[in-house]
Write a protein that binds this ligand. Structure first.
Ligand code: TXA
Ligand code: MG
Length: 318
């Protein structure tokens, strides 16, 4: 059974003990809630893959408390040092080469020679890593391919029957997963996943940005279908019908049929606000038994790129 605890220092210490004993702890970060376990333990990593029903070829991010700790397991190259100064701790994951004597168990990175690492900018997450004295491997705390968790109740809905602790620290402040960049060649930067750190932010680093190849997406498990509600999501609805849901952005200046459930991500067209509300809106609309969820267009600039990437994956039909 899931045990929900408030994020007091005593409870964080208790949760850290569970991490040390290779058990699972769901914890808050500034992006989304993570499903964490010791990155040095096969037992823990095995549990994470099982609880999430995650394909074994999809690698996990290891969460550290500092760059010095990352350097114990991974090769911290020059690009990493530049990026760390500017954006970390924060909503950014960097892909680095693993060291030969890395303590990370191979399953964390699905046997790849590289590892995704991140330092969350969140007091509870950092305290948990600190008390556990080891890196915490953590994917988002949702069932594989389903909607990401930005509230503790989202985690409870997905894992109510599993044996784990959930550290409750309210809503995630940012609400979108970290941006993922591959800098393992120490020459250029490839964006593997859009997120809170935008393309414009990354361009300010003056590091060459190369585009991502399709084979690479599949190899690293960046699946086409993801973040999906059970209700079909439509990105271009010609016309709304009764019992549809509307995921709105900005002013709604058309007539709505009867029984349309509306969630406005940001009436004032603020992309930060929309990012924060996105997954909460999908969870809420998905629980209403609607025929479809129709999405109003969102500009594909800045944070809008990350929001649209999530929506396209959520709408993807095999
Ligand atoms: O904000 C976040 O990043 C959240 C919080 C909990 O930190 N975590 C998260 O983890 O979103 P997850 O597992 O849902 O997404 C991790 C992504 C996966 O798509 C995986 O393919 C990619 O990171 N990844 C991890 N290691 C990689 C590697 N070595 N090479 C390429 N991609 C990698
Ligand atoms: Mg995820």
């Amino acid at each position: 059974m899931i045990q929900v605890l408030s994020s007091t220092q005593a409870n964080i210490k208790l949760a850290a003990e569970q991490i040390k004993q290779n058990n699972i702890v769901a914890f808050p970060t500034e992006t989304v809630y993570g499903l964490g376990g010791s990155a040095y333990s096969n037992t823990a990593i095995d549990k994470i893959y099982q609880y999430k029903n995650r394909p074994l070829h999809n690698p996990l991010i290891a969460h550290y408390a500092s760059l010095d700790h990352i350097a114990e397991d991974c090769i911290v190259n020059d690009l990493c040092k530049i990026i760390y100064k500017k954006f970390m701790p924060g909503p950014l994951t960097v892909i680095l080469k693993k060291k030969n004597n890395s303590h990370l168990v191979p399953m964390v990175s699905a046997n790849l020679p590289t590892q995704g690492v991140r330092v969350p900018n969140h007091k509870t997450a950092l305290a948990l890593i600190h008390y556990a004295s080891l890196p915490i491997a953590a994917p988002s705390a949702n069932i594989s391919n389903k909607i990401s968790p930005t509230l503790p109740e989202h985690v409870v809905k997905s894992f109510s029957k599993e044996n784990l602790i959930l550290l409750d620290d309210g809503a995630s402040t940012l609400g979108l997963e970290s941006t993922i960049v591959d800098i393992s060649n120490n020459k250029n930067l490839t964006i593997l996943r859009h997120g809170y750190i935008t393309l414009e932010d990354l361009q300010s680093l003056n590091i060459p940005i190369v585009s991502q190849k399709e084979e690479k997406i599949l190899a690293s498990g960046m699946l086409k279908k993801h973040y999906s509600p059970n209700t079909p999501l439509e990105l271009s609805c010609e016309k709304l019908q009764e019992n549809d849901g509307l995921l709105a952005f900005g002013e709604i200046n058309f007539v709505l049929p009867k029984n349309v459930a509306v969630y406005n991500l940001s009436p004032k067209k603020n992309l930060q606000e929309a990012a924060k509300n996105l997954f909460k809106a999908l969870w809420e609309l998905d629980a209403k038994g609607l025929t479809r969820i129709c999405v109003m267009p969102i500009p594909n600039v800045g944070l809008g790129m990350a929001i649209n990437e999530k929506l396209q994956k959520a709408a993807y039909k095999e």
